[in-house]
Ligand binder design. Structure first.
Ligand code: ADP
Ligand code: MG
Length: 340
């Protein structure tokens, strides 16, 4: 069985700036599986931003258009488990053969393969076989290939062959349309101001956004409570509190520029003045340390730099911290400010 969830369709995957590229690439792949240069298609992004949904949608659409094609969705975790079992049972070759005859292979959360060299090795061979035979491979990951750790170089280079498309956090408009679509599908009405309130306050995770709405629907239908702004506040607070608070990159830039008594725009500017460069490098270093953002994403948020610049900044800060007493004090001071 394909393991695809028909509810995760393109129709239900609302489009916005945050997902337009990945969504369009997904549609292109679904129209011509194995026949585009998006092979593999790698969808990456943070938790709850729709990676699993989108790759299911591609699979569901392919099954619709090409019923004769074999499409298989599997998490990297389950794939690993199957592989380990096959080794134990002495049928590693059957395992490999099973995957080599699939037309469209979807593997979710490949970051799980980090450090698992045996599974990476077998996947490398399966990948090559599928790719050579014009079969489609679709992957998801929580990071861009450049930021992946403990994945063999040869596999990483395969990941980069096709297209890596990021799912970013959706903007307010998109969050509102996701909420409205959810309410519509459940046949529930909700006042506009409540929808706005929830969409305004739950920003970084679509799963949580949906969770808050489901909770409000439940309160109103089972507890017969009227959905007021007060109720919405309580529900939203629960969701926001339950998620570990992560310092944002915006906040880090603010703290660092305050510390050096400059504006955030100065910190982000292209200038090569030494004290400004250092402030910028510190902001990058702390963003790497205190957030889960990728190097690429940190760079784009701190003055539109690339991932290599961020990597260089982190190394420079590490070096200066050991060689320069004054600099070490900056790092300690700012760490304190960020930790309260
Ligand atoms: P991830 O795999 O990235 O952690 P999921 O695919 O599990 O995220 O998505 C979390 C929830 O958010 C799912 O219920 C999914 O349907 C929903 N979701 C995410 N993005 C969208 C979108 N653009 N439109 C509609 N629903 C979305
Ligand atoms: Mg997922």
């Amino acid at each position: 069985e394909s393991q695809l969830n028909p509810n995760y369709s393109f129709e239900n995957f609302l489009e916005g700036d945050s997902n337009r590229l990945a969504r369009s690439a997904g549609l292109a792949v679904a129209a011509k599986p194995g026949g585009t240069s998006f092979n593999p298609l790698l969808v990456f992004g943070g938790v709850g931003l729709g990676k699993t949904h989108l790759v299911h949608a591609i699979g569901v659409d392919i099954k619709d258009k090409y019923p004769e094609k074999t499409v298989l969705y599997i998490s990297a975790e389950k794939f690993t488990q199957q592989y380990i079992d096959s080794v134990k049972k002495n049928n590693r070759n059957d395992f490999i053969h099973f995957y080599q005859i699939i037309d469209v292979l979807i593997i979710d959360d490949v970051q799980f393969l980090s450090g698992k060299t045996g599974t990476q090795d077998v996947f490398f061979h399966i990948f090559n076989h599928l790719h050579q035979n014009g079969k489609q491979v679709i992957l998801t990951s929580d990071k861009a290939p450049v930021d992946m750790q403990d994945i063999e170089q040869r596999l990483l280079s395969r990941f980069k062959w096709g297209l890596s498309a990021e799912l970013q956090t959706p903007d307010f408009e998109t969050r509102v349309s996701i909420v409205k679509n959810k309410l519509y599908r459940d046949g529930v009405d909700m006042p506009e101001e409540i929808i706005d309130y929830v969409a305004k306050n739950i920003k970084s995770n679509v799963r949580e956004l949906e969770g808050a709405i489901i909770s409000l629907i439940a309160q109103s239908s089972f507890n017969k409570k009227e959905v007021t702004l007060d109720l919405a506040r309580i529900v939203v607070e629960k969701f926001v509190k339950n998620t570990k608070r992560e310092v944002s990159i915006d906040y880090i830039q603010k703290v660092v520029s305050d510390y050096f008594q400059m504006d955030v725009s100065t910190l982000q500017s292209k200038t090569r003045k030494r004290h400004i460069v250092q402030a910028r490098q510190l902001a990058m270093f702390f963003a790497k340390k205190f957030t889960k953002a990728s190097l690429a994403s940190i760079g784009s948020q701190i003055g539109k730099r690339d991932h290599a610049t961020v990597l260089h900044a982190c190394k420079t800060v590490d070096n200066l911290t050991t060689t320069d007493k004054q600099f070490k004090k900056y790092v300690e001071d700012i760490t304190k400010k960020l930790s309260v």
